[in-house]
Design a protein around this ligand. Structure first.
Ligand code: SF4
Length: 347
């Protein structure tokens, strides 16, 4: 498990050197003995080795690009937030089902953006435009932002920015556990810190290069103790021999740890829960099999129901009766272990 991400090669856009963080990062990686080379744009990086798609993917996941985010606004992020807040793209994890394999295609290398003050300037502007409403931002729409936090400190900066913002809220989700640098951040309850959890069976089989479930639960306990609003995303949910027991253990162990760490006066009312059953598109399936030719992810179209999606492509979801069984099970589990938690959705 690589809780501490150390890239094997680093690229930087020359423009990144105009920012203190860009200069610090380049120096720091050189000092660590890592080869650091310029690249004309963070969108067009050449020089990542690998003879096959699978090898290129693995090498890309070990490559870090230091760039400048040039966009002047953020993409929308319905339904979980109003806008994406882009700090990082991709992540060093290699989850076989990751949706980024489809959206990032041949560019899954990890990108960090060093113009954080400018990015927060855009957030300020968007908050102003929606006053007196509260504006929500999602920090993990195209990445897991935590593995590179030890280098950039960007999440901490963003969390403290939202701590000072009466009308802005921030949320992100992670599978990683290097949370210590964020525990003392002045969040003022304006950031919801969510952990993506799955049962051991799924983590061990499909979520390569990510911390174990137990490590994630312990990290969630620390975050709760630091008084952050906390959330769990249980995703993707799979049906397999013994799935009920596996997911029950996950819920029970999480409830146990939170009970030990909860600050005085905390109740599960402050916990958010999101449940996402496994689904796939044919495009995603083809990409996954390029990168993981021996994948055992359950992706047989004939075992699923085809559901028409937006933009002309459909997805394969569990058939209605199986989905209903999952839905009832997870609602029961939530009631049993976190009786007051807010179940945001089950899909
Ligand atoms: S940790 Fe998240 S972003 Fe990273 S590979 Fe896994 S699913 Fe994708």
């Amino acid at each position: 498990m690589s809780n501490n991400f150390i890239p094997v090669r680093v690229f930087y856009e020359p423009g990144a050197l105009e920012y203190p963080l860009g200069r610090t990062l380049v120096e720091r990686f050189r000092h660590m003995g890592i080869v650091v080379t310029p690249t004309s744009s963070h969108n067009r990086v050449t020089g990542i080795p690998g003879k096959t798609i699978a090898a290129q993917y693995r090498e890309a996941k070990r490559s870090l690009v230091i760039g400048v985010r040039r966009s002047v606004t953020f993409q929308s992020c319905k339904p979980s937030a109003h806008y994406q807040l882009p700090l990082v793209t991709s992540c060093p994890g290699m989850c076989e089902y990751c949706y980024l394999a489809t959206t990032l295609g041949k560019k899954p290398y990890v990108r960090v953006y060093v113009n954080i003050v400018e990015i927060l300037g855009i957030a300020s502007k968007l908050i102003q435009e929606r006053l007196p409403e509260i504006t929500q931002f999602e920090g993990a729409a195209t990445s897991d932002p935590l593995p590179v936090e030890r280098y950039t400190g960007a999440l901490k900066q963003v969390i403290e920015f939202f701590g000072r913002e009466a009308n802005g809220r921030f949320r992100f989700v992670t599978k990683y556990t290097d949370v210590d640098s964020l525990l003392a951040a002045k969040h003022e309850g304006h950031t919801r810190f969510r952990f993506s959890l799955n049962c051991d069976e799924v983590v061990d089989k499909f979520e390569h290069n990510t911390p174990s479930l137990e490590e994630r639960i312990i990290a969630a306990g620390k975050v709760l103790k630091a008084d952050y609003p906390l959330g769990f995303i249980i995703a993707p949910i799979f049906r397999f021999q013994g799935w009920q027991d596996a997911y029950r253990r996950l819920m029970e162990r999480s409830a146990d740890e939170l009970a030990k760490r909860a600050p005085v006066g905390w109740s599960s009312e402050q916990l958010s829960l999101e449940f996402i059953s496994h689904r796939f598109t044919l495009k995603a399936k083809a990409n996954i099999l390029d990168v993981f030719p021996n994948s055992t992810l359950p992706m047989k179209e004939e075992e699923r129901k085809f559901k028409y999606g937006q933009f002309g492509y459909g997805k394969y979801v569990y058939p209605p009766e199986e989905l209903e069984e999952l839905r009832a099970f997870f609602h029961d589990q939530a009631k049993c272990y976190f009786p007051l938690a807010h179940v945001e959705y089950f899909i």
